[in-house]
Design a protein. Structure first.
Length: 511
């Protein structure tokens, strides 16, 4: 699975289009193909005649090129559509701000212009509303948000050279709102221009509200103007695997020159306008009877190091682990219905299958296939079910039953659901479409691939899946209904896991 994306980054072009596109063309032929060219800073200059042959179609741009908006009145006149759009083939203005997700999954956040000030036109600047909107669109629908791949801002963030031993010796016009934005959306690469300086900061580790251990590092890269006489670097090539498809261990890896975040901790606050009054207000609210806010806060501070199912946690029952992949691991259920009652779980903390990134979902599918093969060895088939309700870490249960018991499954599930006045519906669409992030649900998948789904409204019988499988129509083991009645001593658990591990080994997922 090669997911690598090849990206070119470029500083202020200022009208030197011929130079830029010739150089890009040469690099593309030599070490391409590249997927993208992103230009920060001023793209247009005093003389823009070089662009005409590209607009007329007599010359072509070989790498899809994306540019940022104007930074001053001079630049403004070159943008006909302020909302963004194509300028000519393979040349696109991204727009004021937004998140661009490539088909590979690569996420590029961009913020055009400079921070609002008295001398800057509205069309060339951004304010706290813009950075908040951009932050929100990056975080939307991502409960386990880790970061974005690239953040493009023409202006530098304020304070970026703090804590860096190799910091450039000059004064730059940094934006505090950009520092705030970068703190929140955690880019792997943050690229800026405008200062005609080439500066690559030592990577810094991002800060986070909670200590869940998956804060990625950011590399800040500032690029100089295209073809500057001092020959400072203005073009930069990146080889990048989208964040969502990168191993956690890789993201956690530290370089020797890594520093803590150069931004103050106050940047973590929700409001980009630093106002201590508002901060006080926030804490006041928390202590008042505003329980809703309190609960939300408590949830955010969930301690992953104490999660039973996070593989890195000290409380995880590692002796029950049967196989560990890249993002998924397989374990025995504590007090399983049968000896080889499995749990398929993500290695790090996700709430439910409905929000798993595609690569994790794909690995989960491989584990399901492996279990099917394992079961087939003695004429059995697995039933998979997930209860995303009153659980915190995503777990897909896999219970092997004899293949002759399979035809009764669907009816039995529906019948027992009926006892609880629950109607389960057949699921033919993607889970994501019926279960928005955070929505509780119960899902069962039968050996023939059919699925039944129930969106939990208020309450749900916690042992429902077990109850159906233990019933006389299926496994007929009523005494194994409650897992607590089936618990083994730690020693016996260990022996059982060793035994199943050996049996499972021939079918284990090879990544
Ligand atoms: Zn967890």
């Amino acid at each position: 699975m090669t997911e690598k994306q090849r990206v070119l980054l470029c500083g202020d072009v200022e009208g030197r289009f011929k130079l830029l596109f010739n150089k890009v063309d040469a690099i593309n032929k030599k070490s391409g193909p590249f997927d993208f060219l992103f230009c920060v800073g001023n793209f247009f200059g005093k003389n823009n005649a070089d662009l005409e042959p590209f607009k007329a179609g007599t010359k072509t741009i070989s790498v899809p090129t994306y540019i940022m908006g104007p930074n001053d009145d001079e630049g403004l006149v070159h943008y006909t559509d302020p909302t963004g759009g194509e300028i000519c083939t393979n040349l696109t203005y991204l727009g004021k701000h937004g998140l661009y997700t490539a088909s590979s999954g690569l996420k590029i956040a961009y913020l055009s212009g400079v921070e609002k000030g008295k001398d800057v036109a509205k069309e060339c600047s951004f304010d706290h509303k813009d950075v908040t909107a951009l932050r929100n669109s990056c975080l939307k629908g991502c409960p386990s948000f880790r970061g974005v791949d690239v953040l493009l801002t023409s202006q530098w963030p304020e304070g970026i050279s703090n804590l860096d031993e190799q910091k450039p010796d000059f004064e730059y016009q940094g934006s505090r709102l950009i520092s705030w934005l970068a703190t929140h959306i955690k880019p792997r690469y943050h690229v800026s221009g405008l200062e005609n300086v080439h500066y690559e900061r030592s990577p810094y580790r991002n800060q986070h509200e909670s200590q869940d251990g998956i804060n990625i590092a950011t590399r800040f890269i500032a690029l100089a103007k295209v073809a500057n006489p001092e020959k400072k670097k203005w073009l930069y090539a990146l080889n990048l695997t989208p964040l969502d498809k990168t191993k956690i261990t890789e993201l956690m890896m530290k370089t020797t020159d890594e520093t803590p975040s150069p931004y103050p901790q106050s940047m973590l606050q929700n409001n980009p306008n630093k106002k201590t009054e508002e901060q006080n207000q926030y804490f006041y609210d928390m202590e008042s009877k505003n329980d809703k806010k309190k609960i939300k806060r408590a949830k955010m501070e969930f301690d992953q190091s104490k999660c039973w199912f996070c593989l890195s946690s000290q409380d995880c029952a590692k002796h029950l682990v049967i196989s560990a992949g890249k993002d998924i691991y397989l374990a025995l259920a504590k007090g399983g219905i049968v000896d080889d009652h499995f749990l398929i779980l993500p290695v790090t903390h996700y709430q439910s299958i409905s929000i798993l990134p595609d690569n994790v979902k794909e690995e989960l599918r491989l584990y399901k296939e492996a279990i099917k093969l394992y079961c087939a060895l003695n004429d059995r088939v697995p039933v998979f079910f997930e209860r995303n309700f009153k659980t915190s870490h995503c777990q897909l249960q896999a219970v092997p039953i004899h293949k002759n018991q399979a035809p009764a499954l669907k009816e039995t599930f529906q019948e027992i659901a009926g006892v609880y006045h629950i109607t389960m519906k057949e699921l033919n669409e993607d889970l994501k479409e019926v279960a928005p992030p955070g929505a509780p649900y119960f899902l069962v998948e039968f050996p023939n691939g059919e699925q039944l789904f129930y969106k939990i409204k208020k309450d749900f019988p916690l042992q429902f899946g077990r109850e159906v499988l233990c019933s006389d129509r299926i496994l007929d083991v009523p005494d194994r209904f409650d897992w607590k009645d089936c618990q083994l001593s730690r020693e016996k658990e260990y022996m059982l896991a060793e035994n199943i591990k050996a049996k499972f080994r021939p079918f284990d997922v090879k990544l």
